[in-house]
Design a protein around this ligand. Structure first.
Ligand code: HEC
Length: 159
């Protein structure tokens, strides 16, 4: 009996595990949100603070970060800033974390027509991280002023 079954089992096992890998269900929206929040806590909160309040050289994101989404260079910046682009998260996880940040931390600054980042967009942009992020940010803030997105420069961070 054993002798006759053994080859059969060997033949069946690899296909069944392949089947299992292929049919692993995709994460639900809720699971993605939980993973994003977890990753924010693990990889971003140490510098950015629980509510995105930042400190010292780390910008104040709460109630403000959504302004960057009102023009293309700003939208790209949120992905290309080193904390995002170089994060130890895969493209899918970084996309979720960024969408989580802008949707939970932007407050009133989130534009009504905000379209969530896509994995393709994030994967492409993060390949070109910024080196002089702080200087670039200053330039973006001046662009925001000129475009009338903000009326005055934020007080923090001072650098
Ligand atoms: C070691 C500290 C540190 C960590 C960890 C960190 N950041 Fe940052 N982050 C900064 C600093 C500092 C800036 C300001 C730009 C600069 O100088 O790089 C910034 C800016 C940003 C900005 C732009 C906000 C703005 O107002 O300019 C985003 C978006 C961002 N980080 C996302 C993330 C994400 C997502 C993570 C976690 C995956 C993360 N950061 C982890 C320090 C950090």
């Amino acid at each position: 009996m054993m002798k006759t079954l053994a080859p059969l089992l060997i033949a069946v096992l690899p296909t069944s595990s392949l089947w299992a890998a292929e049919t692993k269900p995709p994460l639900t929206a809720e699971q993605r949100e939980q993973r994003a929040e977890f990753n924010y806590k693990m990889f971003c909160r140490g510098c950015h603070g629980p509510a995105g309040e930042g400190e010292k050289a780390v910008p104040h994101m709460n109630g403000f970060v959504g302004h960057f989404l009102k023009f293309e260079a700003g939208r790209n910046y949120l992905v290309q800033v080193p904390g995002s682009a170089n994060a130890a998260l895969n493209d899918e996880q970084l996309t979720e974390a960024l969408n989580w940040i802008v949707m939970n931390i932007s407050g009133d600054s989130l534009p009504e027509n905000f379209k969530p980042y896509t994995v393709e967009e994030v994967a492409k942009l993060r390949q070109e991280p910024l080196f002089e992020a702080f200087e670039f940010r200053k330039k973006l803030l001046n662009d925001m002023l000129q475009k009338g997105i903000i009326k005055e420069l934020p007080a923090q961070p001072l650098k």
